[in-house]
Write a protein that binds this ligand. Structure first.
Ligand SMILES: [Fe+2]
Length: 346
């Protein structure tokens, strides 16, 4: 009996150290559990930990191979790391969240509100502490290179060489220079010191894009291919945007799409850049938070979706197409658009 009691105490202590969240939360699928060919990927962002998140149950029933969180995964603007951890804990206690993450392999980037401060960049003083909480919450393996460098950028690969999907997880917060504001709107910063990704992340990205992959999904919390709209967009960093164009061009990376969050509605943008095939940017932003006053976007295809939603990307390996869909809480596809791979080639 005493031995049993000792075992129980050790179990509780170890459990407490290895995971700050309840047991179900720590019981998630491993990378090795994924099927050899990834075909269905969910994306989402902007979910308040203080609200019900039924869209997660909907997405858990879609038999996704993978779900990617694109930032504002919790809203914890604070300099107090205990407060930040407690906001994450609220999310971890939601049955719909546990349902998603125990049924679907889930990975994440952060945006400003889970980084720690509205519209924050490199100067946020608690970015190291915030990163530790982020990596622990999202169950980052001990062997991950994310622990070895500043910021949370990362790349993951799924499938064999003929079905390889590359997921590039950008960190659009840790290295971002302050944005220029004019009359309540952000305006483009033309200076060469204006930074979105930072030197080390750019060098890493250039190397990753040279690695073989059939499909490349670049995850950017900040919208990439939308029109300048006074909010946070890559358009506020014209030199960095140009750098992205050059890196895609010089590496010859094809079949590359962007996914993004942040704006609290869903939309698909398609923008042409000199020397590139069309760049699609699929935004899914509204696990709970919805903005009804969408900004103008001449690059938008169709209408924005302004109800709680998640995005779904289906790769058809036979037909060689990518389908973008926006899924609402009822499980209906309220937006869909198919892009042939051949459109995403030089
Ligand atoms: Fe948000």
């Amino acid at each position: 009996m005493r031995a049993l009691a000792s075992f129980f105490i050790v179990f509780v202590i170890i459990g407490g150290i290895s995971c700050h969240y309840q047991t179900e939360f720590c019981n998630r699928p491993f990378l090795e559990d994924l099927p050899p060919t990834v075909t269905k990927i969910g994306i989402g962002s902007c979910g308040s930990e203080n609200e019900s998140q039924p869209i997660l149950n909907t997405m858990a029933s879609k038999n996704l191979d993978l779900f990617i969180y694109l930032g504002d995964n919790v809203y914890c603007d604070t300099d107090n790391m205990d407060e930040m951890r407690s906001e994450y804990r609220k999310l971890s206690c939601k049955s719909e969240f546990v349902n998603l993450i125990t049924s679907t392999y889930t990975i994440a980037v952060w945006d400003d509100h889970d980084y720690g401060e509205n519209d924050a960049g490199a100067s946020y003083p608690y970015k190291e502490e915030s990163k530790q909480i982020f990596l622990e919450f999202w169950n980052e393996p001990d062997t991950s290179s994310r622990y070895q460098h500043a910021g949370i950028y990362h790349a993951l690969y799924f499938g064999d060489l003929t079905h390889r999907v590359q997921i590039i997880l950008l960190d659009c917060r840790s290295f971002r220079s302050l944005q220029i504001e004019e009359n309540g709107n952000y305006i483009p910063d033309e200076s060469y010191s204006a930074s979105m990704l930072g030197d080390a992340q750019w060098m890493w990205l250039e190397e990753e894009l040279q690695k073989p992959a059939q499909i490349r999904i670049v995850c950017s919390s900040t919208q990439f291919a939308t029109q300048h709209n006074g909010w946070e967009t890559w358009d506020n960093y014209p030199n960095e945007m140009n750098m992205m164009r050059e890196v895609i061009q010089s590496t010859g990376a094809e079949h590359l799409i962007f996914v993004s969050g942040d704006v609290h509605y869903a939309e698909l943008s398609k923008r042409n850049y000199t020397g590139l095939y069309p760049i699609y940017d699929f935004t899914a932003s509204g696990i709970t938070n919805i903005e009804h006053n969408d900004r103008p976007n001449v690059y938008r295809i169709g209408e924005p979706v302004k109800e709680p939603h998640a995005g779904m990307i289906t790769i058809d390996w036979g037909a060689q197409t990518i389908m973008f869909e926006v899924i609402n809480v009822a499980g209906n596809s309220v937006f869909s658009y198919v892009v042939p791979w051949s459109e995403l080639e030089f």
